[in-house]
Design a protein around this ligand. Structure first.
Ligand code: ADE
Length: 324
């Protein structure tokens, strides 16, 4: 049946096992702006066999959406359902259900209490002690430093920050490994599209989005998605797991700069000629040399020479053991 058909209760999705009764959703405040409309907090009763109520995020499509936007929204939903049919993963924003039998179309996903990773990283700049709270062993590590010796206590602090940031990196690589194994290419991996749940679990969001070439359009926060894209995606629209790996390298840079703006000094019209000529961003001061090598590996001009996410998980695990 066509997406636009207005017959009785059109079934938009092939498998209605994921339909959730709209009257069991209690919609609350707006969490943010999605690609097609707002995302709202809601409580869902009895969703996914969970007794009682669960806090969820509900993506809706705005009333004025064009037929094209509606079909893009349904495509996103279908990608999410196809990933869901492969299982769940703790490092992705899992799909929970949808309401498609009448308007407005809704997609229900896991709610992540602490918002997006970019803002979360920026908050560490003014609250560096949050790093210490984050990790159980931080106190033990800090106690090995001499509190009267600024060099040794700063070194211990850097060690704690690096461990937390490496753990963020590994969690994102794990979520991406799951998506790649299930043939899902993200196409817009960036810290703004990673969410932070309670207990500091990171989850990759918006992996179902079908993109259609609006990369020069700024995000609502003024960021240019082109800065996360490898040359082959920008020039030839060639998206693969390895183009996501390039974006992951930019995410590593965002993590180790605590939410920095990539290539902030380079006019965007100059960016691609510089990249093709071999220019790459410098090592962020917080990044260990080995992590910077990993970052540059993700930015290899040749997609085949970049690591895949399985290898990245192993590399990051090894680096975590080294500092932890
Ligand atoms: N903003 C957009 N999606 C969200 C989610 N799943 N959880 C929290 N905030 C969000």
């Amino acid at each position: 049946p066509s997406v636009m058909s207005s017959g009785s209760r059109p079934s938009i999705i092939r498998d209605d096992a994921f339909e959730f009764p709209r009257n069991r959703l209690m919609i609350q405040e707006i969490l943010g702006q999605g690609a097609f409309g707002v995302v709202r907090l809601a409580t869902a009763s009895g969703i996914c066999k969970t007794p009682g109520t669960t806090l969820v995020a509900v993506k809706t499509i705005r009333d004025e959406a064009t037929p094209e936007e509606r079909s893009e929204f349904v495509k996103e939903l279908e990608v999410m359902i196809s990933v869901k049919q492969c299982g769940s993963h703790k490092n992705i924003v899992n799909f929970l259900g949808c309401c498609t039998q009448d308007d407005p179309l809704c997609v229900i996903v896991e709610y992540c209490k602490k918002g997006n990773l970019r803002d979360y990283l920026i908050s560490f700049r003014s609250h560096p002690d949050d790093f210490l709270r984050w990790w159980d062993n931080a106190e033990i590590l800090m106690s090995t430093a001499d509190p009267d010796d600024p060099v040794s206590s700063n070194a211990a602090r850097d060690m704690v920050s690096q461990t937390v940031l490496l753990s963020f990196s590994r969690q994102i690589a794990q979520g991406m490994e799951f998506l790649a194994a299930n043939k899902c290419i993200h196409r817009d991996l960036a810290a703004r599209n990673v969410l932070v749940d309670s207990d500091n679990v990171l989850k990759i969001a918006d992996f179902g989005l079908a993109r259609n070439g609006e990369y020069y359009k700024k995000t609502s926060r003024g960021q240019l998605p082109v800065k996360w894209m490898p040359p082959e995606a920008l020039f030839d629209q060639k998206y693969t797991e390895k183009s996501d790996v390039w974006s992951f390298g930019v995410v590593l840079w965002e993590i180790f700069t605590l939410g920095g703006m990539p290539y902030s000094t380079i006019p965007h019209e100059d960016l691609y000629s510089k990249l093709v000529a071999g220019y790459r961003m410098e090592r962020p001061p917080l990044a260990p040399e080995s992590l910077y090598e990993t970052m540059k590996g993700c930015w290899n001009h040749y997609p085949d020479k970049r690591p895949d996410f399985t290898l990245l998980v192993m590399i990051l695990e090894r680096q975590l053991v080294r500092v932890a």
